[in-house]
Design a protein around this ligand. Sequence first.
Ligand SMILES: Nc1nc2c(c(=O)[nH]1)N=C([C@H](O)[C@H](O)COP(=O)(O)OP(=O)(O)OP(=O)(O)O)CN2
Length: 167
Amino acid sequence: MTETFEACVTKDSLVFSAAHFITFNGNICERLHGHNWRLDVSIAGHLDENHYVFDFIAMRDACQSIVNELDHKVLLPDRHDSITVQTSDDGREVTARFEERRWVFPVEDCAILPLENTTAELIARLIGQQLMTALDLASVRNVTSLKVSVEENFGQWATVTLPVGAV
Ligand SMILES: Nc1nc2c(c(=O)[nH]1)N=C([C@H](O)[C@H](O)COP(=O)(O)OP(=O)(O)OP(=O)(O)O)CN2
């Protein structure tokens, strides 16, 4: 077995305070509520010429940009089967609907995400995909995988591991 390393980043600043509601077990829809979502990211692979797997600082800065986009927002899914999310014609408001329920938000308070549901798992995967692009991991030859954990509440988190293609 060859040795592998992980470079990991988690910080008090890598927390976003955001509201959401999910559906589960078919047609149960939560009430709107908030979490302080915490991000934890690791990149695994072999060492490069700097004796790094990947630069912590680049990881930290890319994570911070993503967190800043989500902080103080309402997270809304635009691929949900039964929650519809629509921006008004004048671009000022977003309306989310589930069955008879309706929520209206100022557009600047919303992060409309390409997700089927705003679960911690799917948010972790989306952040992972965004990090893949931001860090151009596909072209980094020594990196084998990216792991993203999103903690929704103290001690409750979801993790995704995404393979990195270049190796
Ligand atoms: N694997 C997952 N399980 C659950 C997820 C998830 O994203 N992935 N999400 C939820 C809900 O969003 C729920 O809101 C979790 O939040 P929490 O505040 O912990 O839920 P509680 O109802 O227990 O609220 P308390 O304020 O702590 O009483 C559920 N599961």
